[in-house]
Ligand binder design. Structure first.
Ligand code: CMP
Length: 154
């Protein structure tokens, strides 16, 4: 079942602009089903841990400050080829370079305030999903607990 999930965050900028409904509608229309979802707010420690891969980048501190500045929506999305298809749906990290009709083109303000996060690999999708959701909080389309391949096989 490798490749059938991705992980997304609707970021504080998109939440504060009331874009949650519009973004979820686009996700659903693109064929993704929601396997898990919660409305939450990152602590400083969670934000720094989640974006640890960028800790040497000049924008790291600003990114963590922004991502902890307000509530977010986190979700696991299920679909075949989920990571790649979701990255197409959201568009380039920089909204100025994003294709017309993508989520970031429509709702992002800047490269940092870029409306949504999407996992960049199957392995990161799994790690990010595990960071926010326990096994008992993830469901397949049939309403059963979502079965995922063991982490070492992703
Ligand atoms: P995201 O998909 O959440 O993954 C890492 C985030 O870092 C990215 O979206 C942007 O919000 C942010 N980011 C990436 N590049 C830059 C940059 N050059 N300046 C500021 N923020 C950036």
């Amino acid at each position: 079942m490798t490749g059938n999930i991705t992980f997304t965050i609707i970021k504080p900028c998109a939440v504060s602009h009331e874009y949650i409904g519009d973004i979820l509608k686009m996700i659903s229309a693109a064929g993704f089903s929601i396997a898990a979802m919660k409305y939450t707010k990152l602590s400083q420690i969670q934000g720094a841990y989640f974006y640890n891969v960028h800790k040497e980048k000049p924008f790291f501190e600003d990114l963590v400050e922004f991502m902890t500045s307000g509530p977010i929506v986190v979700a696991i999305l299920e679909k075949e080829n989920a990571v790649e298809d979701y990255r197409k749906l959201i568009g380039n990290t920089d909204p100025a370079k994003a294709e017309p009709g993508t989520i970031r083109k429509l709702f992002a303000e800047s490269i940092q305030r870029n409306a949504v996060h999407g996992s960049d690999s199957d392995s990161n999708a799994r790690k990010e999903a595990d960071f926010f959701f326990s096994k008992s909080e993830r469901f397949d389309r049939g309403g059963h607990f979502l079965e995922l391949v063991p982490v070492e096989d992703v």
